[in-house]
Design a protein around this ligand. Sequence first.
Ligand code: FES
Length: 72
Amino acid sequence: MIIYLERQPLTVRAGSTVAAAVTLTRTSCTGQPRAPFCGMGICQECRMTIDGRRQLACQTLCREGMQVEPSV
Ligand code: FES
């Protein structure tokens, strides 16, 4: 299946979470790169803009054509 990460197509396995498909999820307020840490919805390090809404990448399954952007 194809999702779009920063408008670039990315092939992912069906049933994958967005967190499993990406490496950088957001940048901190000081510009440091952040990535998924806990994988279970607690740390909030995987906040991303997914189809225009702030969501946790580790709690969101990939869907065909999904638009994914890192968050600040
Ligand atoms: S990785 Fe911790 S909330 Fe998603």
